[in-house]
Write a protein that binds this ligand. Structure first.
Ligand code: FAD
Ligand code: NAD
Length: 400
């Protein structure tokens, strides 16, 4: 019998886990040896991290054990990948060295601070379950501190959010749900709470029409959020953000400071491949990389430029999952000695939630706002868990 090929998948996020979910259905134990490596033994829904960060969702509700969605013939290894040697076909981890015939790299995103002074040290980042948990605890601690102290430092009730992209806006939406709960719990006058969002660009969410953006801004402003647009953050320190207004620096102060102004691919990408920018490598149309027909790079560590386009698609979970599915199909082709297929992205739309009850979005080309958008967001969130773990997981973790 020919030796079974070794398929190694790095990262159990949307990209890696979707690859394995489909691979395990279409390949038997005899077809290939499939190994999945991830630094935690759980998968987390990264698209729900703004909820866990605000505390509107418990951090435990955002995750589930990876083993619970794997079939017996897939080997799972809990380890942190430390080095990918693409030429020797080996991956070094904190739990041993693994060789491969076919590699799938799905190591995902990290927060990008663009080298802004003090940002890593002084601001929280919405990056993973642990950072989300820290942020929600910190916000609650500040309310508790304010309620218990005699001197009443108003900065305990001030929250600064850097960036009004999708992550920033969705986090603000959750805060507008969470703050009334916290004010009530700690007997704090809600009018004293100050939430300020600082955005460098003159317009937020530029991919949406003015109507959608205005809806989002009005909804959040009515619930106490103040926006400072066209205001770049140039530094962070123990007091808060330093911003630039009319070429002059200004200090904004708060005891909770959250940077939600951008992501990059895993730092391991620069260490492992050439031509990587911000942790992302441009892939070929079949999602492998130049010179390596047996290495697939998908999800937030990849830059996929559709044929005829001049820019990569934005990195999203929707894209990562579709890439995972195509990668599983292509791995099957390779194992059978068949040519691989090109990836095409099916854009089903984008929904930006504004807390649990509102949102804005474009779905199948139609603009939606309000409760309809909030409902669609729950559909999208539930679909993501259904696609990996079927009805059972959707029942346990879904949003209905
Ligand atoms: P990830 O989800 O980052 O998964 C990577 C996995 O690899 C993780 O399990 C990680 O622990 C593991 N890993 C990382 N490094 C190592 C290592 N060295 N060794 C071992 N394991 C490692 N996109 C949408 O389409 N819709 C949304 O509504 C949406 N909402 C979002 C909300 C927030 C708050 C954020 C931050 C992002 C949102 N996104 C959304 C973007 C989306 O989350 C990402 O595009 C998506 O997570 C990318 O999937 P991925 O599998 O490439 O990476
Ligand atoms: P982003 O890059 O889309 O937005 C970051 C925002 O921060 C931008 O508006 C940018 O102008 C601003 N910014 C950057 N530097 C700044 C500075 N120095 N001072 C002030 N503002 C600054 O990042 P994101 O929102 O984290 O999104 C990352 C990816 O995840 C995107 O591809 C996005 O589409 C996806 N995502 C999607 C959803 C959704 O579909 N609902 C939700 C969250 C994230």
């Amino acid at each position: 019998m020919a030796e079974r090929k070794k398929v190694l998948v790095l990262g159990a996020g949307y990209a890696g886990l979707q690859t394995v979910a489909k691979l395990q259905k279409q390949l038997s134990e005899e077809d290939a040896q499939i190994t999945l490596i991830n630094k935690n033994d759980y998968h987390y829904e990264a698209t729900w991290l703004h909820e866990a960060s605000a505390g509107t969702l418990n951090y435990e509700d955002v995750l589930y054990p990876i083993a619970s969605v794997l079939k017996k013939h897939v080997k799972f290894v809990k380890a942190e990948v430390t080095k990918i040697d693409r030429n020797a076909k080996k991956v070094e981890t904190t739990n041993g060295i693994f060789d491969f015939d076919i590699l799938v790299v799905g190591l995902g995103f990290e927060s990008e601070t663009f080298g802004i002074e003090g940002m890593k040290e002084h601001a929280f980042q919405i990056e993973n379950v642990n950072t989300a948990r820290q942020i929600s605890r910190h916000i609650e601690d500040k309310f508790a501190n304010y309620a218990a102290s005699k001197t009443k430092d108003n900065k305990d009730l001030a929250i600064l959010v850097g960036g009004a992209g999708f992550t920033g806006v969705e986090f603000l939406g959750e805060l507008t749900d969470r703050i009334p709960e916290l004010a009530n719990k700690y007997g704090v006058d809600q009018s004293k709470v100050k939430i300020t969002c600082v955005e460098a660009a003159p317009k937020m969410l530029p991919m949406f029409s003015d109507e959608l953006v205005n809806h989002a801004v009005s909804y959040l402003e009515e619930r106490g959020v103040e926006f400072k647009v066209g205001t770049p953050i140039v530094a962070a320190n123990e007091k808060g953000f330093v911003v630039k207004v009319d070429d002059k620096e200004q200090q904004l102060e708060a005891n909770t400071v959250v940077w939600a102004a951008g992501v990059r691919g895993s730092h391991l990408m620069e260490k492992s491949f050439e031509g990587v920018k911000r942790g992302r490598i441009v892939t070929k149309q079949d999602l492998t990389i130049d010179g390596y027909d047996d290495i697939f790079v998908i999800g937030d560590v990849s830059a996929f430029i559709p044929e005829g386009a001049d820019r990569p698609l934005p990195t999203t979970a929707q894209l990562a999952m579709q890439q995972g599915e195509k990668t599983a199909t292509n791995i099957k082709h390779i194992l059978k000695g068949e040519p691989t297929e090109n990836f095409t992205y099916a854009d089903r739309g984008t929904v930006c939630s504004l807390g649990r009850h509102d949102g804005v979005g474009v779905v199948f080309g139609r603009e939606i706002t309000g409760k309809k958008a909030a409902f669609m967001k729950r559909v999208v969130d539930t679909r993501a868990v259904f696609k990996i773990g079927g009805l059972g997981l959707a029942y346990k973790k879904g949003k209905f």
